[in-house]
Design a protein around this ligand. Structure first.
Ligand SMILES: Cc1cc2nc3c(=O)[nH]c(=O)nc-3n(C[C@H](O)[C@H](O)[C@H](O)COP(=O)(O)OP(=O)(O)OC[C@H]3O[C@@H](n4cnc5c(N)ncnc54)[C@H](O)[C@@H]3O)c2cc1C
Length: 495
């Protein structure tokens, strides 16, 4: 401990400034608490957003976007590491938690006070803060052709609202919106929290949560100074909220010796991408991604649009490069879509034994996941062919293209070979489930970690199970609910 350089005391310390952390910071600052947020990544301005993907990933993503989830099928996963976390690089698609999941989570995890009515005010709040709304004006071409396929299949679908009012189609969601239209929390909640007195310290990576006799007493953090050198700093606190996201929260808690139901139930939405080649120009590289999602097979299977750039296209075609590489020249006539399934496999997060303690991610796809991915590929390919696609290129090794509906529907009954799948995901959760079932929950219904009176969770890790929808809205609504519950309890105690 001799090299610890500083000591401070804070009332509330929040670890992580993403969807959950920014929500808690705003809510507590609004209620008069002194708040310090420690964020591992750096603060950026709109000037540094929207750079080419490799630069943007270096700037805004954890490990430059290289975070494989290991298992019999490795799955590419990414998350944000910057002020605002993954909200800075996400697409802003917005859902409320569907009633089916509210009920399911109540039944399975014994969540208290978790009704549609009680959550409504928190969704309303988040939607107002992030200016969530439907699109004004014409759909981009990649949405129009997808719509044509949906109509032909007569499936139910939804135009998804977004936290991106004033979106002008720069196609830069994944590299940070240079126009400030996408409401990453660094341009929305964080400045508002700062105006209420919350402080955000960037370049501050929490290495360990300190504890003593059922109390979290503070943290040890590496804090990068203006000259680029890091100092190990100890910061004591009365209350700590861990909001470091679905992978880093469990890794940090486990490293700190807090392990009960932590990191044992990592859930994801595994995603299989396909690219469709049309006769007409789509110019998806210059447009926001497709805005419709197919809901006909929800919650098991969803379909929607993917981020598209020539670089991403080459990755999507890489599984069968010898056969597909020539098609890349026709990128103007292409767009990418996905099949996403509500994962039912088994996943874990553990800190690595190396000195940085990086999170090691594992997920084993279930046979049900494989069935749903196969059926999803059959359906999405049929939809795209009906929409006018000449060829559909799935991210499946050895399956270079599908150009006839009868070829596509084969996968309704057969399972894609596990080893041939190239999967990705950007949705991780449930590593520290909340609820009142001691046999499966890490924290109580309001995120208070079992065994502690002053340690709380408010990020994607606390979602008890996979929600089957884009999760940011649900994370923010529950984070606000937890933060307000904290305020109520402190006020009742006269603190
Ligand atoms: C490319 C992409 C697209 C997505 N698209 C959508 C979408 O359209 N709609 C949707 O609803 N969801 C989307 N998501 C998911 C959504 O963004 C996340 O579910 C959500 O942001 C998670 O919130 P969080 O607070 O748990 O974590 P994050 O928002 O990731 O924030 C965690 C923060 O904690 C910081 N941190 C981690 N460890 C430490 C530490 N030890 N010390 C200090 N700080 C730390 C991280 O740097 C990060 O800033 C997308 C995600 C990605 C990556």
């Amino acid at each position: 401990m001799s090299d610890i350089q500083e000591k401070r005391r804070e009332q509330v310390l929040i670890i992580g400034s993403g969807a959950g952390g920014a929500t808690v910071a705003y809510t507590l600052a609004e209620h008069g608490f002194e708040v310090l947020v420690l964020e591992e990544g750096q603060r950026h301005t709109l000037d540094s957003y929207g750079q080419p993907p490799t630069k943007a990933m270096n700037l805004l993503y954890r490990n430059r976007g290289m975070m494989p989830i290991m298992g019999s099928v490795p799955i590419g996963y990414v998350e944000g590491r910057c002020l605002g976390g993954s909200t800075e690089i996400n697409s802003g698609f917005w859902h409320r938690l569907p009633p089916e999941f509210l009920l399911r989570w109540q039944a399975r995890f014994g969540l208290h006070d978790f009704s549609l009515e009680s959550l409504e005010e928190h969704f309303d709040w988040a939607e107002e803060k992030l200016l969530v709304q439907g699109r004004n004006g014409e759909w981009p071409k990649s949405t129009q052709v997808f719509h044509r396929g949906i109509e032909a299949m007569r499936w139910s679908s939804q135009e998804v609202k977004r936290a991106a009012s004033g979106c002008v189609n720069t196609n830069a969601c994944a590299t940070g919106c240079p126009k400030g239209a996408k409401q990453g929390v660094s341009v929305s909640l964080i400045p508002q929290a700062e105006a209420k007195g919350a402080r955000f310290l960037t370049g501050a990576k929490v290495k360990l949560i300190l504890k003593s006799g059922g109390k979290a007493t503070g943290v040890l953090a590496d804090v990068v100074g203006p000259d680029g050198s890091a100092a190990l700093v100890r910061i004591d606190a009365d209350h700590i909220f861990v909001c470091a996201g679905p992978t880093q929260t469990p890794a940090l808690l486990r490293k700190s010796g807090i392990r009960e139901h932590i990191g044992d139930t990592f859930q994801i939405h595994p995603m299989l991408k396909v690219t469709a080649l049309f006769d007409e120009e789509i110019n998806a590289q210059n447009s926001v991604m497709p805005l419709l999602q197919v809901k006909e097979f929800w919650p098991d299977i969803s379909m929607g649009g993917s981020f598209f750039s020539v670089g991403h296209l080459s990755v999507n075609l890489a599984d069968n490069w010898l056969e597909t590489s020539k098609s890349i020249r026709q990128y103007r006539n292409m767009a990418s879509y996905y099949v996403g399934v509500r994962g039912t496999g088994h996943g874990t997060v553990r800190p690595s034994l190396s000195s940085d303690g990086e999170a090691k991610l594992k997920y084993e796809l279930s046979d049900v996941d494989i069935r749903h991915l196969s059926q999803g590929l059959a359906r999405l390919s049929t939809l795209l062919l009906r929409a006018g696609a000449k060829e559909v290129y799935p991210c499946v090794f050895g399956l270079p293209k599908i150009n006839a509906e009868l070829e596509a529907v084969r996968w309704l009954d057969e399972s894609l070979p596990r080893a041939a799948l190239s999967l990705t995901t950007v949705h991780g959760f449930s590593t520290c489930p909340i609820g009142e079932r001691p046999e499966r929950c890490a924290a109580d219904s309001f995120g208070k970690v079992h065994g502690f009176n002053n340690l709380f969770l408010a990020d994607a890790s606390m979602l008890p199970d996979s929600p089957g929808i884009n999760p940011q809205g649900t994370i923010m609504a529950i984070a606000r609910r937890n933060a307000l519950n904290f305020v109520e309890h402190r006020q009742a105690k006269g603190e």
